[in-house]
Design a protein around this ligand. Structure first.
Ligand SMILES: NC(=O)c1ccc[n+]([C@@H]2O[C@H](COP(=O)([O-])OP(=O)(O)OC[C@H]3O[C@@H](n4cnc5c(N)ncnc54)[C@H](O)[C@@H]3O)[C@@H](O)[C@H]2O)c1
Length: 335
């Protein structure tokens, strides 16, 4: 079995989650971990047995032992790091969003389209068992025709400085919305064709609106909303509800269940005709980082398409950029 040499760039919140789930796998070899904060890189290396660490990725980017670069740094750095990784012949697993603005996102997309190496963008819900189960239920007609998607993912933050740094690069509707706009297009097989919304700056020192509510229409007639707020004052809210002509599906993550968390996530299916609920317990990892990187390895070894493909990634990204613009201008934008 081939062992894939990994270079992790960015040992923060999400970089740590990547390495935590993959460092002990049979086909993974952690060559080096890098963070501009060298102490963080050193701690990560010693915790997960990386062969080396440093503050500058340039020391490792052309290392022949590195097959895959994981980019887990701030959004504005994703494009330059992708460019350098590809120029050095590396495959890439890059955190979302691909960029904080349209121009960089377009360049990212075009680079991936023309590259001979494989690139997977980390839209982690594509690898989540509960989301895959809901997609199968919808496809099987369990709730009739899907009409409305209600999605909220708001965080009561206790680490404002980290979220402020993310807000420097882009808004919550782009940063987090790329996951859920992708889910909306994935679940319906349709395209987002109209966006609008509202937003406000809740913290005085926030670089931009840190509470946003985007509304979308898809070209099959389905509609949805996506709420994302990151603030010291907001209460966390997690709503995942898919409403059809014959019923609805609601997802409750295991950590948010009142009881039986040990059973995993709870999917509840309400049927209009008999007014009954059916429930499913799904043993699902919220962020299945190993499934995600194995998808990239499958792309490398077998030429399988990405999940999602770069076209799907760009389509969801573009819709969030337009939603952000609509919120800022107070207008409705047709895509
Ligand atoms: N997929 C997900 O569910 C998910 C969740 C959270 C964050 N993210 C994305 O991951 C990215 C990072 O977010 P985070 O929450 O981990 O932030 P973070 O602040 O916790 O970590 C980022 C780390 O990158 C380091 N860094 C920045 N620039 C660097 C560079 N040029 N070279 C080396 N290290 C560098 C910082 O020092 C920091 O330690 C963002 O794009 C964010 O949108 C994705």
């Amino acid at each position: 079995m081939k062992k894939y040499g990994i270079l992790l760039i960015g040992c923060g919140h999400i970089g740590t989650q990547h390495i935590e789930d993959i460092y002990y796998r049979d086909n993974i070899d952690i060559i080096a971990v890098v963070d501009t904060n060298e102490e963080k890189a050193a701690l990560t290396a010693s915790k997960y047995g990386a062969k080396d660490y440093g503050a500058d990725y340039k020391a490792f980017i052309n290392d022949p032992r590195v097959d895959i670069v994981i980019i887990a740094t701030y959004t504005a750095t994703h494009l330059p790091l992708l460019r350098e990784s590809l120029a050095n012949g590396k495959h890439v697993l890059c955190e979302k969003p691909i960029a904080g603005n349209y121009e960089d996102g377009k360049e990212f997309y075009e680079l991936v389209k023309s590259a001979s190496q494989k690139v997977l963008v980390a839209l982690i819900l594509r690898h989540n068992k509960s989301y895959n189960t809901i997609k199968s239920l919808i496809d099987a007609g369990e709730i009739g025709e899907l009409k409305v998607m209600r999605i909220a993912q708001s965080h009561h933050v206790t680490d404002w400085e980290r979220h402020k740094a993310l807000l420097e690069d882009t808004s919550p509707v782009v940063d987090c919305g790329v996951h859920y706009f992708d889910v909306m297009q994935w679940f319906t097989g349709a395209k987002i064709c109209e966006v609008s919304g509202i937003g406000n700056k809740v913290e005085e020192d926030s670089p931009r609106a840190n509470y946003t509510l985007a509304t979308v229409k898809l070209n099959n007639g389905c509609i949805g909303y996506f709420e994302a707020g990151w603030s010291n004052t907001i209460a966390s809210l997690n709503v995942k509800e898919f409403i059809g002509t014959k019923g609805r599906i609601t997802l409750t993550l295991k950590d948010l269940r009142y009881s039986d968390r040990e059973e995993g996530d709870l999917i509840s299916i309400y049927h209009r005709d008999n007014r009954e609920y059916k429930t499913l317990n799904v043993d699902s990892e919220y962020k299945d980082m190993n499934a995600q990187i194995q998808t990239l390895i499958d792309m490398i070894e077998n030429g399988t398409p990405g999940s999602p493909t770069i076209d799907e990634v760009f389509s969801a990204f573009y819709a969030t950029i337009k939603a952000d613009e609509a919120i800022e201008k107070g207008t409705v934008i047709k895509i």
